[in-house]
Design a protein around this ligand. Structure first.
Ligand SMILES: O=C(O)CCC(=O)C(=O)O
Ligand SMILES: [Fe+2]
Length: 381
């Protein structure tokens, strides 16, 4: 069998993004807070026992020992339990304090506030007509329909992985050969893109691959002039440089296509959110740019705050799916209503920290089939 391992080739080591500063969880559980300002996990916030996922954030042993002693004292003192339960109920009933959101650049031309809290902004003329048309022209031949894209990649992933395992077993390859991204360029490519695809399909859908989104979409090459222009404008508006911005997406909705209600970010309490957070943390700002005038249908609806935004060519809609501390703002749950006339939109998301996935050396990215990478690599939805 031809060797998959290139002489001397090694997958580059990718550093994980720095986690936000750790500090002891105020509940005194002995674990550390990272994404949460007020507790290390939901269980802890509500005063229940720790789940297994808290282990990864475990604080140094002395703190844990202190927490264990406290728990033991509490268990031996029935009144202590009652007090703890009451305190937990009080905390559970108290409204979640609103965290801080990203600030838009003061005095940026054309910014109009369309909702107070949670804040929603519109910026008319964010892109000019020619830029919108160029975006639609770029995307027209690259669109992939979400449902087919995910189905194809899920199938490809299962098929490829089964074949690879069978081959590896048959040829007695060393176990290292089965480790994704460390063994071979094609293997790394398939594993990486299948992962992206599964992750994208599962995000916003509670882990299930569903048809919440029926539009067609594509990513714009980060090095393309169109991406560069958009990164620059978004940076002027938000103060966040391109390395915090996900790859620019373009979506087309034809009559009847929609994107059902979702949060753009991930809930840090959700077990499935970990992979998402490791690639740059929470999405703290969404910039949606409408690329065409839409005669009927296709508004962006925020049902919990009663706002509908009508698409208009060149208009940007800005909102904040997550707080600066990484919590999800559930108030900005939103959907794209079914299109009647064709609708084009471009989406840019800003993350808490720069995404290391995009900082892989360009030579390595090129080795991984550049055309496909350009079309599919990127964020979570
Ligand atoms: O198309 C729209 O109006 C909304 C799109 C959206 O919410 C998204 O892509 O996350
Ligand atoms: Fe969205």
């Amino acid at each position: 069998m031809a060797s998959h391992v290139r002489d001397g080739w090694r997958a580059p080591r990718r550093a994980l993004p720095p986690l936000p500063p750790r500090r002891a969880c105020p509940s005194g559980c002995g674990f550390a807070c990272t994404w949460h300002p007020d507790a290390c996990c939901e269980a802890c916030r509500l005063g229940y026992a720790h789940g297994s996922r808290c282990d990864r954030l475990a604080a140094p042993p002395p703190a844990r020992a202190a927490a264990a002693r406290r728990l033991l004292r509490q268990m031996l003192d029935p009144e202590g339990w009652e007090r703890a339960i009451e305190a937990a109920l009080r905390r559970a009933r108290a409204p979640e304090p609103a965290g801080e959101r990203l600030d838009l650049a003061r005095g940026h031309a054309g910014v109009r506030r369309v909702h107070g809290s949670p804040p929603l902004f519109e910026v008319d003329g964010f892109l000019c007509r020619a830029e919108c048309e160029a975006m639609m022209g770029y995307a027209a031949s690259r669109l992939t329909c979400f449902r087919w894209y995910h189905t194809m990649y899920c199938l490809l992933f299962r098929l490829y992985h089964t074949m690879y395992c069978l081959l590896a077993l048959r040829c007695f390859l060393p176990p290292r050969a089965l480790i994704p991204s460390a063994s071979s360029v094609p293997h790394a490519f398939v594993m990486r893109h299948s992962f992206h695809s599964l992750h994208a399909a599962r995000s916003n859908t509670g882990g299930k691959i569903s048809d919440i989104r029926t539009s067609c979409t594509c990513y714009v090459d980060r090095h393309h002039q169109l991406s560069q222009t958009i990164f620059h404008r978004v940076a002027q508006l938000t103060g966040c440089a391109a390395d915090r911005q996900e790859d620019v997406q373009v979506a087309r909705y034809e009559a009847g296509q929609y994107y059902r209600g979702h949060f753009d970010g991930a809930d840090p309490h959700d077990h499935d959110a970990e992979a998402f957070f490791l690639s740059g943390g929470q999405r703290i700002c969404t910039v949606l740019i409408y690329l065409n005038d839409v005669a009927e249908g296709g508004a962006t609806r925020f049902p919990l705050i009663g706002v509908d935004v009508r698409p208009r060519q060149g208009r940007a809609l800005v909102f904040f799916p997550g707080f600066l501390d990484g919590k999800l703002d559930k108030q900005v749950y939103h959907e794209a209503l079914a299109a009647v006339s064709e609708k084009w939109v471009s989406q840019i998301w800003i993350r808490q920290v720069a995404d290391p996935c995009r900082n892989v050396p360009k030579a390595w990215v090129d080795a991984l089939a550049p055309a496909e990478h350009r079309a599919h690599a990127g964020g979570a939805s």
